[in-house]
Design a protein around this ligand. Structure first.
Ligand code: C2E
Ligand code: MG
Ligand code: MG
Length: 713
C-alpha cells in the first residue's frame, strides 16, 4: 500500500500514514490472509456492515454473503483474483442487521518479494445510497408524480415492447387514449387542488379494471393512455372502453362532500391494422379520441375501423376464425356423388361448416375468403383433410361401404409447401387408402401458374391420390394445359346445370364438357343438380355422376352414415329408346287433346305439353324422337322452342303446326335446320299420321346410319 510514499518516508511513518488513511476513508477496507481469514478491517467497514472489528477477526469474508449470488459467482471471483491478483465488480452483501445492500468491491492480492501472494485487501464502497438516488431519478424520469402512473416516456417504451411481442406471437395489441370530458370546467370551478385529487381518484378507478399486463399511463392534463397487451380478440379493446365509461359513471365525492361527475372519450387504435409502430398507433388513437369528442363525448371511436363497418366486421370475423380451430367449432358435412348408371353412391364431397357461437351454421363462402387472406386456411385445410380421413376410418370401422371422399383445397393451401406431408400423415394415421381420397382443385388456381400447378399436381398424384377439377367452365382453362393436368375427374359447375334443360348455351357447354372429359378418359360429375329434368338430360348425354339437392343436400356425418347403412339408391333410369316417343306441344288444350286422340292407336308413347317450357322439361326426362309443336304460343313461340331443341337434342325430328300468317318465320326456321317439316292449320288426320310415321322412320334411319358409319363418333 502507498508504494509511492516509500522513497520519501521511513517505514514507521508509512505505517502510521496507512493507519490514518485507513481510518479516515469512507470505503470499507478488509485485509485477509490467504485462508482467507480476516486480519484487519477499518472503521468504515464497521460503519457499513455493522460488525465490530472484534466480531470479524479470524472469520471469513463470507459472513457477509447475501445469498443473492450463486456459488459459481464466488468461484469465478476467487479464480480471477488468484490468477491476475485483481478483481472488481458490484456485489450484494448482507449487513449485520440482515439488510442486503449493493457495493462496489475491489480486491487485490499483496505479493512478497518473490511475487507470491501473502494477503488480500478488499476495498468496498456502499452503493445503496447511489442506488436509491438512481431509483428516485428513475421515478422522476418515468413516472407521473401526481398519480404515480407511468408517464409518456415509460409508456412509449412499454408500447414498443408490447408491439414486439404482439408481432412475435401474431396477436393484436391496442392503444386507448382516454380523455376526460370537460375536465377544464371542474378545474375552473373547484380549483386545481380538487382537480388533482379527482385525477388521482379517476386513476384508482381505472386501475381496478386492468389486467396485469396492461399499462395505464398519464400523459399530463386529463389525458391517459392505456396500452393493451396481447389481445386475442379485436373486441376486447371495445369491451374495455365500455367498462371504463361505466366505471366513471358513479359520481366522485369531493373533499367537501360535493359530487363531481366525470365522463371520458376514448380513441382506439389497433395493432397491426391501424399502424405498426408506437408513434403511428398513438397518433391514430389520438385522432380517434378527437372524433369521439366531436361526436359529443362520452363515447369511444376506432381509428379507421369505426369509419368502416365492413373492415370491422372482417376483423371480428378473423378473430373469431382464429379461435374456431382451437375451440373445435368446425365440422364437415358430406354430400353424395351418385353414379348415374348404377344409381349408387359413388363417393362424397366433404364440405366445411363453421358452427360459430351465436351465429349458427356459417357456410364456407362466408369465411373461406377471409381465412385465405390471413393464412388461417392452411391450418383449417389441414384439419379438413385430417377429419375427412378420420371419418373414412370411422365408416370403415362401422362396417359401412368404403366410401371415397373428396375434399376441397384452397389456392393458398395448394401453393404452400407441406400439403403432401399433411395428407401423407392423415392417410397413415387412419390407414386410409390414398386412392380413396380425392382433392378438388379449381381451374382458376391451376391456371394462375400452370407450369407450377402441373408440378404440384404430379407430386400429389405420386401419393396415389385422385384429383378433380372443380367448378369446371368458370375459369379460363387452356385446353393445352388441361391435357397436361394429371386429373381424374371434372366437375361441371352448377351455373351450367341450372339452365341445362332450357338454355341451349348452358347445355352446349355441359355436353361439350362431358364429351371433352370422356375423350380425356376422365370421369364427369355435374354439380348442383336439383331436379329430375336436369338428371334426365345429363343421363341422356352420358354424364357419369351427379351431385346435388335432388339426391341429397350435404349432410352431417351421422346422417350420411344412415344413407350408407340403408344402401340408398337412386331410382334407376330406364333406357326408353326401344319405344317410339312423340312429344306434342300446344297451349290450346282442345287441339292438344284432339291430337292425342288421333295418334292414340299408332303405338307411340305420347307426351303432351301445354307450353314450350313444359316441353323442354319433358324432353329432359324422356327420350323423345319426334316433336310436334304449335307455332303460336305465349312465352316462347314454336320456332324458338324448336331452335332450342335443335341444339339441346340435335337428333330429334321437329315438326311445326302453323297458320299462314307465320309462314316467314317458319321458312327461316326450316332453312336454319330447326324444323324438319311443317303442317299448316287446319290439319287433316291421315296425312298427319303418315308424316309422323315417316318422321320416326327418318329418325331411326339416321341413327342406324350413324351406328354403321365408323367415321362418326
Ligand atoms: P364447391 O366445392 O363447388 O361445392 C359445392 C357447393 O354447392 C356446396 O356449397 C354445396 O352445398 C352446394 N350445392 C351442392 N348441391 C347443390 C344444389 O343442388 N343446389 C345448390 N344451390 N347448391 C348445391 P357449400 O357447402 O356452401 O360450399 C361452397 C364452396 O365452398 C365449395 O364449392 C368450395 O369451393 C368451398 N368449400 C367448401 N368446403 C371447403 C373446404 O373444406 N375447404 C376449402 N378450401 N373450400 C371449401
Ligand atoms: Mg368442391
Ligand atoms: Mg364446385
Amino acid at each position: 500500500m502507498m508504494d509511492f510514499c516509500r522513497s520519501v518516508w521511513t517505514p514507521e511513518e508509512v505505517l502510521r500514514l496507512d493507519a490514518v488513511i485507513l481510518a479516515s476513508i469512507s470505503d470499507a477496507v478488509i485485509i485477509t490472509d490467504l485462508g482467507p481469514k480476516i486480519l484487519a478491517v477499518n472503521p468504515a467497514f464497521t460503519e457499513i456492515t455493522g460488525y465490530d472489528e472484534a466480531e470479524v477477526l479470524g472469520e471469513k469474508p463470507s459472513i457477509l454473503k447475501s445469498g443473492r449470488h450463486d456459488q459459481l459467482f464466488y468461484q469465478a471471483m476467487w479464480a480471477t483474483l488468484q490468477e491476475t491478483g485483481h478483481w472488481q465488480g458490484e456485489i450484494w452483501n448482507r449487513r449485520k442487521n440482515g439488510e442486503i445492500y449493493p457495493e462496489l468491491l475491489t480486491l487485490n492480492a499483496i505479493r512478497n518479494e518473490q511475487g507470491n501472494p501473502t494477503h488480500y485487501v478488499g476495498v468496498a464502497s456502499d452503493l445503496s445510497q447511489l442506488k436509491l438516488t438512481e431509483e428516485r431519478l428513475q421515478r422522476l424520469v418515468h413516472y407521473d408524480p401526481l398519480t404515480g402512473l407511468p408517464n409518456r416516456l415509460l409508456m412509449e417504451a412499454r408500447l414498443q415492447h408490447t408491439l414486439e411481442r404482439a408481432s412475435r406471437e401474431e396477436k393484436r395489441a391496442a392503444v386507448l387514449v382516454i380523455d376526460l370530458d370537460q375536465f377544464k370546467i371542474i378545474n375552473d370551478s373547484f380549483g386545481h387542488a380538487v382537480g388533482d385529487d379527482l385525477l388521482v381518484a379517476v386513476t384508482h378507478r381505472l386501475q381496478t379494471m386492468l389486467r396485469g399486463e396492461d399499462t395505464l399511463s398519464r400523459l399530463g392534463g386529463d389525458q391517459f393512455v392505456l396500452v393493451l397487451d396481447a389481445l386475442h380478440d379485436y373486441q376486447e379493446s371495445e369491451i374495455l372502453a365500455r367498462r371504463i365509461q361505466a366505471a366513471l359513471e358513479a359520481p366522485f365525492i369531493l373533499a367537501d362532500g360535493d359530487k363531481a361527475y366525470v365522463r371520458a372519450s376514448v380513441g382506439i387504435s389497433v395493432y397491426p391494422q391501424d399502424g405498426a409502430t408506437a408513434p403511428a398507433l398513438l397518433v391514430g388513437a389520438d385522432s380517434a379520441v378527437h372524433r369521439a369528442k366531436e361526436l359529443g363525448g362520452n363515447q369511444f371511436c376506432y381509428y379507421t375501423s369505426a369509419l368502416n363497418v365492413q373492415a370491422r366486421t372482417t376483423l371480428i370475423l378473423e378473430d373469431a376464425l382464429r379461435q374456431a380451430l382451437e375451440q373445435e367449432e368446425f365440422l364437415l358435412y358430406y354430400q353424395p356423388k351418385v353414379d348415374l348408371r348404377s344409381g349408387r353412391i359413388a363417393g362424397a364431397e366433404a364440405l366445411l361448416r363453421w358452427q360459430r357461437p351465436g351465429c349458427g351454421m356459417v357456410p364456407p363462402l362466408e369465411f373461406i375468403p377471409a381465412a385465405e387472406k390471413n393464412g388461417l386456411i392452411e391450418g383449417i385445410g389441414a384439419w379438413v383433410i385430417q377429419e375427412a380421413c378420420r371419418q373414412m376410418y370411422a365408416w370403415r370401422d362401422a362396417g359401412l361401404a368404403e366410401i371415397k371422399v373428396a375434399v376441397n383445397v384452397s389456392a393458398r393451401q395448394f401453393r404452400c409447401g407441406g400439403l403432401e406431408e399433411v395428407i401423407g400423415k392423415a392417410l397413415a394415421r387412419y390407414g386410409v387408402a390414398p386412392s380413396h381420397l380425392m382433392l378438388e382443385l379449381t381451374e382458376s388456381m391451376l391456371m394462375d401458374k400452370p407450369e407450377e400447378a402441373v408440378a404440384r399436381m404430379t407430386a400429389l398424384k405420386r401419393l396415389g391420390l385422385r384429383l378433380s377439377l372443380d367448378d369446371f367452365g368458370t375459369g379460363y382453362s387452356s385446353l393445352a394445359y388441361l391435357s397436361r393436368f394429371p386429373i381424374d375427374q371434372m366437375k361441371i359447375d352448377r351455373s351450367f346445370v341450372i339452365d341445362i334443360v332450357t338454355d341451349p348455351g348452358a347445355a352446349t357447354i355441359a355436353t361439350s364438357v362431358i364429351a371433352l372429359a370422356h375423350r380425356m378418359r376422365l370421369e364427369v360429375v355435374a354439380e348442383g343438380v336439383e331436379d329430375e329434368a336436369q338428371v334426365g338430360y345429363l343421363w341422356q348425354n352420358g354424364c357419369d355422376q351427379i351431385q346435388g339437392y335432388f339426391f341429397s343436400k350435404p349432410l352431417p356425418a351421422e346422417e350420411f352414415s344412415e344413407l350408407l347403412r340403408q344402401g340408398k339408391k337412386f331410382p334407376a333410369l330406364e333406357a326408353s329408346h326401344q319405344s317410339r316417343t312423340l312429344l306434342l306441344v300446344d297451349d290450346d288444350i282442345p287441339v292438344l287433346t284432339a291430337l292425342q286422340r288421333v295418334l292414340a292407336d299408332e303405338g307411340y308413347e305420347v307426351l303432351a305439353a301445354e307450353s314450350a317450357y313444359e316441353g323442354l322439361d319433358l324432353l329432359a326426362k324422356n327420350q323423345v324422337q319426334v316433336i310436334l309443336s304449335d307455332q303460336r304460343m305465349p312465352g316462347m313461340s314454336g320456332t324458338e322452342f324448336l331452335s332450342r331443341v335443335k341444339v339441346l337434342y340435335p337428333d330429334t325430328v321437329r315438326i311445326i303446326l302453323t297458320g299462314y300468317a307465320e309462314m316467314d318465320v317458319v321458312v327461316q326456321a326450316i332453312n336454319e335446320g330447326a324444323i324438319y317439316k311443317f303442317f299448316s292449320k287446319p290439319w287433316d288426320i291421315q296425312p298427319l299420321r303418315t308424316q309422323i310415321r315417316e318422321a320416326f322412320q327418318y329418325y331411326e334411319g339416321v341413327i342406324k346410319q350413324r351406328r354403321e358409319s365408323p367415321l362418326r363418333p
